[in-house]
Ligand binder design. Structure first.
Ligand SMILES: C[S@@+](CC[C@H](N)C(=O)[O-])C[C@H]1O[C@@H](n2cnc3c(N)ncnc32)[C@H](O)[C@@H]1O
Length: 298
């Protein structure tokens, strides 16, 4: 592919790149790269474009529209995975693993790398500026919580203030192996609290068989930004989460979508309130902090 060809293809796709950027939370360069990669992978079509672009509007062709559709889908799913750059996350995890080594050395450098990881996970990243207020608000209502359960935890356990909550056991469940790898390393560095990361799928009812029970119930369960995700994936998913053995549960959702410039507050609130009604719990506090809203329920 000669450079001149690439340049005119970039001109042709410019408008669509701008449109995608206006809709999704992704940079112009990233969209341009992805769209170019998808277009260039079809050499026959590229050849067709270079021969025909003078005579016809390429952007009206079905093939072109399909490539745009494919790229949008790809962007949507990548953003939905809540990791802006999975490879970078894996590199940081490998780096942490090397540094901790067999002697389990968790120095400032390792701490810094864990903090870096928080910025790689979209939902923890956007909570970071508010995390002090977020946890203080929850603590005000729950007080000390010795046993904590976190469903669909992401990397949130890395930012949790264990000492403030007096937490001794923190069971963190997520289906993403990368999240569990990161948390397993993190657990090696926490001596005051035992962190138990478990790779389980909450859509599979067997996840409960793996749930350690230290007392008859947990003091606090986090279900942060997970209820709408599960409901989207499986209409019956929330039924399987109807009897969480926990005194308090914090459920939350997003005000604005993580992937798009779109307000989703009302849609997510409807799903979350329905869940609360179905489990028959009482709302003791409603919060709205940054891009996150939610309820502390009992
Ligand atoms: C929006 S993130 C929220 C992460 C975290 N709770 C927070 O608020 O920072 C959703 C997380 O749920 C996990 N997840 C999605 N579906 C799941 C499922 N069926 N079972 C377990 N984890 C799931 C994803 O891997 C992701 O880490």
């Amino acid at each position: 592919m000669i450079k001149a060809n690439e340049d005119f293809i970039k001109k042709i796709i410019m408008k669509d790149v701008e449109k995608i950027c206006a809709r999704y939370k992704i940079s112009f360069d990233e969209v341009m790269n992805k769209l170019m990669t998808n277009l260039l992978s079809d050499s026959e079509f590229v050849e067709y474009i270079s021969e025909r672009y003078d005579e016809e509007d390429i952007t009206r062709l079905k093939k072109y529209k399909d490539i745009i559709k494919k790229t949008k889908k790809q962007i949507y799913y990548e953003l939905r995975q809540y990791k802006q750059d999975r490879k970078k996350v894996i590199n940081i995890i490998e780096n942490i693993s090397r540094k901790i080594g067999k002697e389990k050395i968790c120095d400032d450098e390792v701490e810094k790398l864990f903090q870096e990881l928080l910025f790689m996970h979209t939902s923890t990243k956007e909570r970071l500026p508010w995390s002090g207020k977020f946890y203080a608000t929850i603590f005000k209502y729950t007080g000390k919580t010795r046993y904590v359960l976190d469903l669909g935890c992401g990397l949130q356990p890395i930012s949790f203030p264990y000492d403030m909550f007096g937490t001794d056991y923190y069971v963190a469940i997520d289906k993403d192996p990368i999240v569990i790898d990161a948390l397993s390393l993190f657990s090696k560095c926490r001596r005051s609290c035992k962190i138990i990361p478990l790779q389980l799928d909450l859509l599979d009812s067997y996840w409960r068989d793996h749930l350690p029970l230290y007392s008859d119930q947990y003091d606090l369960t986090f279900m942060l930004k997970i209820i709408p995700v599960l409901q989207r994936n499986n209409k019956d998913a929330l039924k399987k989460l109807s009897d969480i053995p926990s005194k308090y549960i914090v459920v939350s959702g997003n005000v604005e979508a993580l992937t798009r410039y779109e307000k989703i507050y009302y849609r997510e609130r409807r799903i979350i309130l329905k869940y609360i009604e179905n489990v028959g719990r009482e709302i003791i506090y409603e919060f709205n902090i940054g891009n996150e809203f939610g309820y502390i329920i009992r």
